[in-house]
Design a protein around this ligand. Structure first.
Ligand SMILES: C[S@@+](CC[C@H](N)C(=O)[O-])C[C@H]1O[C@@H](n2cnc3c(N)ncnc32)[C@H](O)[C@@H]1O
Length: 336
């Protein structure tokens, strides 16, 4: 009798928590729903977590400055006809995108050599366009490199059908937060994904490095799995100014539930809407191979997309967590 009463109370409490978590899930913006699925037990992810649709800027972080945003002015609203942003020599938003050396004329090659030696802008040279024009997926050159993706912005002349706007339109796929057998909660997509398809961005609180370090120290083991450093442009900054980190532990989106795999099917990429701001940008997840519906989404927690020394990022931490990704080439530890 006592056992039955306890169970009844427990499931009523769990039901309340589940109800509240699902209510919070409904606040998420996106073209399709994000569901919660648990076929393993009665638990629900903890309610210390809130879903958000944009970054929360904490103390000491400079908010994005609209005054520094420049739009493209040479492209045209109707696209195509050699005047859209995909004609990459024109688009000012692609100023810092990777030069497409395979498309350089002899004169442009000479110009690039001079810029490489003396510095200067590569504006006017052909750039690599990030998205395939027909299918709206990230092209192989970007999938395989760590080159930042520059999207057009609200100041641009090109308008909403511009093909350099994808991540800014938000998540287009349905997702499920589900209970795994061995690694807590995980994330999967309810539809098949193509290699290069955009999934969602990583949201959270933007905090200074000092605050992030303080939170790490206070939390101890495991905390760093929720922290993403925004240090992609560290080399450009040459040590000037403070770098920020995104903490997705208490505030974030569904991607905060993506587990690590040593042989992942997704990867994170830097997406900027303001080429003049090296501090704030989006971290966007794309499929790096075709993924069937309901296969768990994973990325490599040590696939470090920053400017710092890679070996430094891979140093063995004393508090490493054993990896349970199950991959044939598993490195056995999460942080090693
Ligand atoms: C960003 S969270 C992922 C969501 C998490 N599973 C949850 O339930 O909230 C990272 C944490 O998930 C767990 N995790 C993720 N990938 C793992 C793996 N391959 N092996 C073991 N634990 C993993 C670890 O506890 C890690 O600190």
């Amino acid at each position: 009798m006592i056992v039955a009463a306890t169970m009844a109370r427990t499931s009523a409490a769990e039901y309340k928590i589940r109800y509240e978590f699902i209510r919070r899930l409904l606040a998420l913006r996106g073209a399709k729903p994000v569901r919660l699925v648990n076929t393993k037990d009665l638990s629900t992810p903890p309610l210390k977590f809130e879903f958000i649709n944009q970054y929360i800027y904490r103390e000491g972080v400079h908010q994005p400055d609209p005054g520094t945003v420049e739009g493209c002015v040479s492209c045209r609203e109707n696209m195509g006809a050699a005047c859209g942003c995909e004609y990459t020599k024109l688009c000012e938003c692609l100023e810092y995108a990777e030069v497409n050396v395979s498309k350089l004329t002899e004169g442009e090659r000479v110009k690039l050599d001079k810029i490489t030696r003396q510095g200067g802008s590569t504006l006017g040279l052909p750039k690599r366009f990030p998205y395939s024009r027909e299918q709206g997926i990230l092209v192989t050159a970007y999938l395989d490199s760590r080159y930042p993706i520059y999207e057009c912005n609200e100041r641009c002349i090109c308008g909403p059908i511009c093909k350099t706007r994808m991540v800014q339109h938000g998540r287009q796929v349905g997702l499920e937060i589900f209970k795994t057998a061995t690694r807590g909660w995980g994330l999967r997509c309810t539809e098949g994904l193509r290699r290069g398809q955009f999934i969602d961005v990583y949201h959270g609180e933007i905090v200074t490095k000092e605050v992030a370090n303080g939170r790490l120290e206070a939390a101890g083991k495991g905390k760093e799995s929720y922290l993403f450093q925004l240090d992609k442009f560290d080399q450009v900054l040459e040590g000037r100014g403070a770098l920020y980190e995104v903490d997705g532990e208490y505030f974030g989106g569904p991607t905060r539930f993506i587990n690590h795999s040593c042989e992942p099917n997704c990867r994170q990429y830097v997406v900027s809407y303001n080429k003049n701001d090296p501090y704030l940008y989006d971290i966007a997840f794309f499929a790096i191979r075709d993924i069937p519906p309901f296969e768990e989404l994973t990325f490599d927690y040590l696939d470090y997309d920053g400017a710092a020394d890679e070996d430094g990022a891979k140093e063995e931490a004393a508090d490493s967590i054993p990896c349970r990704c199950g991959a044939e080439q598993c490195r056995k530890w999460l942080w090693k």
